[in-house]
Structure formats: structure tokens, C-alpha cells
Design a protein around this ligand. Structure first.
Ligand code: HEC
Length: 209
């Protein structure tokens, strides 16, 4: 007898496509001992299939952790539309496992061996700071923010113009990342970097090498 479980209406399988996609985009956090539950095997991922589809369709996963449109930030970890369709079609088609022989030979090798990208000097801003030298800033990251805090960071140039840099929303340490700007920001000496509220903790500006 065939159970409803065995009726798949998609050719997309865990073994061929989905394991590779999850490995590349999700497993850095979702592994045994990681910041969230493991999604490294079909057995682990299968019960989460519906939730996975929902999280990626709503663009809640992978997490951005900041408010879009405040600051000229590049969402370099977001899934492409094609990747979202792939996951969604797999789940709607019954999330089949497929042939385990097609699993990647070396899963997670990329993630476990990845060393942090080389970045330039960092400037810690705890509340506010006035630049003594001009700098080109390529990114910004939480340095020691209080968990759960929401903080807006702006730059006020000496001519009085105010530029939004980043708005972290309900900070979660497990979502930690560096937010890169679409283009480096040239901030002249005398620019004042400010966080609101100033008591939320420190952020770090990543300068160009
Ligand atoms: C930066 C780390 C990180 C990445 C990358 C990430 N997640 Fe998550 N994910 C989390 C954390 C932490 C939670 C726990 C819930 C929370 O705090 O919001 C979570 C929760 C979830 C949940 C449960 C949501 C719920 O409560 O029902 C699903 C499903 C999920 N993630 C899927 C994914 C998928 C699929 C990807 C890749 C496309 C992904 N995640 C990438 C950190 C991450």
C-alpha cells in the first residue's frame, strides 16, 4: 500500500538540491552545537520542512537582524528568488529525500574551514565618538550590544548632514554578522558617530584596509 507520505509531486530532492542549499546558507548556525537546532541531515530537516518554507518565504531566515532601508546595507546573505522557489517547491512536493548516493561528498567543508574575511582596522563606538581622522568605512557590526536592544547608528558630518548607518532590531547575539555597505562611506574628520539609545552598548566600524 502506498501512504500519502510516498506520493511526491516534485523532482527536487533533499539529496540532490536541498542538502547543498541548506549546507551553504543555513548550516553555519543550524548544526549540532551551533546557535540553533541542526539541519544537517534529512532526518533532522524533514520535521522542519513546513517551517523552513515559511521562514524563507517570509525572508526571516537567514536572519538579517536589522531594519531594511535604514543605511545603505547590502544583504549579502539573503537567498535568491530561485533558491526560495527551490525550497518552496521541495516542501510543497512532499519534501522527498531522493537517493542518498547523491548527497554532497564533503558537506560543510566550506563552512568549517572558512576563516573570517580579512577586514581592516575597527573603531569601537560606545554611545558616540567624533572622528579625529577621515576614514573610509566598509561595514559595521555589533561589538557588545545588550541582547534584545534596538539601536540606530547615524553619522553626522561636520556640515550638519546626518546619514543613517544601521538600525539593529532586537539584537540577538546568535545572529551576529558584519553589515557591509553597498559602497564605502567616506567620513571626514570631525564626523560624529552616534548610537540611539547611547546606553545600548558598543558597535564597531570596519575601516577599509
Ligand atoms: C545567523 C544564524 C542563522 C542562519 C544563517 C540561519 N538561521 Fe535559522 N535560526 C537561527 C536561530 C538563532 C533560530 C532560533 C529562533 C530565533 O531566535 O528566531 C533560528 C530558527 C529557525 C527556524 C525555526 C523558526 C520557528 O521558530 O519556527 C527555522 C525553520 C529556520 N531557522 C530555518 C533556517 C533556514 C532554512 C536557514 C537557511 C536558509 C536558516 N535558518 C539560516 C539562526 C540562523
Amino acid at each position: 500500500m502506498l501512504s500519502a507520505h510516498d506520493v511526491f509531486s516534485t523532482k527536487i530532492t533533499w539529496s540532490r538540491e536541498i542538502s547543498r542549499l541548506i549546507d551553504k546558507r543555513c548550516v553555519s548556525c543550524h548544526h549540532e552545537g551551533g546557535s540553533s537546532f541542526a539541519l544537517t541531515t534529512f532526518e533532522q530537516a524533514r520535521p522542519w520542512a513546513k517551517a523552513i518554507k515559511e521562514e524563507v518565504l517570509e525572508r526571516r531566515m537567514p536572519p538579517f537582524g536589522a531594519v531594511k532601508g535604514f543605511g545603505d546595507i547590502r544583504d549579502d546573505q539573503a537567498l535568491t528568488q530561485d533558491e526560495i522557489h527551490l525550497i518552496s517547491d521541495w516542501v510543497e512536493g512532499g519534501s522527498p529525500e531522493g537517493d542518498p548516493a547523491l548527497l554532497p561528498k564533503n558537506p560543510h567543508s566550506e563552512i568549517w574551514t572558512r576563516t573570517p574575511a580579512k577586514s581592516g582596522a575597527e573603531l569601537i563606538v560606545d554611545g558616540s565618538l567624533t572622528l579625529k581622522h577621515a576614514i573610509a568605512v566598509v561595514g559595521i557590526r555589533p561589538a557588545s550590544l545588550t541582547e534584545g536592544s534596538s539601536v540606530k547608528v547615524v553619522a553626522e558630518r561636520p556640515d550638519g548632514t546626518v546619514m543613517p548607518l544601521l538600525w539593529i532590531y532586537k539584537y540577538k547575539p546568535e545572529f551576529d554578522r558584519t553589515y557591509y555597505f553597498r559602497a564605502p562611506l567616506n567620513l571626514p574628520s570631525g564626523t560624529k558617530i552616534e548610537s540611539f539609545p547611547s546606553t545600548a552598548g558598543a558597535i564597531s566600524l570596519v575601516a577599509r584596509n
